[in-house]
Design a protein around this ligand. Sequence first.
Ligand SMILES: NC(=O)C1=CN([C@@H]2O[C@H](COP(=O)(O)OP(=O)(O)OC[C@H]3O[C@@H](n4cnc5c(N)ncnc54)[C@H](OP(=O)(O)O)[C@@H]3O)[C@@H](O)[C@H]2O)C=CC1
Length: 453
Amino acid sequence: MDGLNSRDQVSVMSGVSAAADICIIGAGVSGLTAGKALKDAGVAYDCYDLGSNIGGMWRYENDSGTSSAYRSLHIDSSRQSLAWPDFQIPDDLPDYLSHAQVLEHLERYAETFGLHDSIRFRTRVERVEPDGEGGWNVHLRAVDAPDAPAEVRRYRTVIIANGHLSDPKYPDFPGDFSGTQSHSHHYRKADPYEDQTVLVVGIGNSAVDIAVDLARRARQVLLSTRRSAWIMPKYIAGLPTDRWLGFMVRKLKLPVPMARGLLRHVARLAIGNQERFGVPRPEHPIWREHATLSQDLLSYLGHGWIRMKPNVELLDGEEVLFTDGTREQVDAIIYATGYKTTFPFLDPGVFSIQDARPPALYRRIVSRDHPGLFFTGLVQPVGPTIPLVEIQARWMAKVLSGEITLPPKEEMDQEIERHRGNVAKRYLNAARYTLEVDFKEYAGELNKDMQGK
Ligand SMILES: NC(=O)C1=CN([C@@H]2O[C@H](COP(=O)(O)OP(=O)(O)OC[C@H]3O[C@@H](n4cnc5c(N)ncnc54)[C@H](OP(=O)(O)O)[C@@H]3O)[C@@H](O)[C@H]2O)C=CC1
């Protein structure tokens, strides 16, 4: 067996479940949903999670260290667009659930479908490597016994559901800063920034949520952006914005580009001209990027609680110099500059995501080079991710139970290249859009496969 240390104990298909030859890494939304679909299909699996409980990203202060949730976090897709088809979110919950409400819903989901029994918590997956016979050796170490030998289990298939929002990406600004610097991954609440001047870098959803959260506690919040973004309100005429899009596409049967075009005009009526508030008009058209959703940003800019700044030119002691030549004295910088998509347990030669190129995954799920390696939740739609993850889960269960046969490698290659071409045509050429998918089109492809069309 390749790559085993003498300290490692090898156990082949025994332990958590003697029958399981499928392993899921991660018990967040994607891992749990995959587990539920496998269970429904009568396929045995083992699931491992670094933390003490389910929830991944949605467990605030998860002891896995992988959650980027801050105390004021509310999911940015409305309740009506979020749910699993067989596990609706109760109507008495608000339009936009807090992280605690998402977690409670996940807990009910895991309880209802009996998912806990297949999960081993506080277990670090240290390494996943091909066993040379088409399967995988998964090296596991108990978090509470770091010096004990690693346990190695062999699986036919590994489903990776470790999330892609926990490995912070920092910009490389020249100079030195004498105040405090951190990343949005570590931000929890505004208290430590009381009465300070805080610079938030970025204008994605994390940056804007955090700037708004800080605004009433900090002395001044500065929000710096290099490319700007289109700001979308969370409500239009009293209804969640994504419900308007859903209404136009599903009820009125408008083509997606037309619905989006209309939504853009309606949103403009609702929030006016963002340049008036100091948020530059992006050079790219609105749907070439992931718009930033915020009901509060423009209003807070209008109250002077937040001030816009261009990109950072230089960190200069207590000051920051910006690309327009202005300088500000700053106490703290929070880099809300996004995340790297990494798999610490995989050799990059086996699989990695490079540059701004969508990964070589058939249907965004199956590794082209290693068809026993599956990924779930590795997508970023304009719209809610959970329903897509649910469709991915059922698709994977059908593949793994033999109902869907994967095509030959050349066909996978063609599908991957077609998808890459679409991403290049539709979205900005940047690492931030590597995982972008068109919700309706992607769901349609997976559903068609499942219907055998
Ligand atoms: N409420 C919710 O449900 C929330 C959802 N999310 C989701 O999580 C994901 C991650 O969001 P987020 O953490 O905001 O990260 P994003 O990747 O979406 O945004 C990163 C921001 O940082 C900027 N940036 C990146 N690198 C640099 C650099 N070197 N110099 C200057 N600016 C830089 C980007 O600008 P540029 O465009 O120029 O690269 C962009 O504005 C997204 O899918 C988001 O929608 C996040 C927070 C809340």
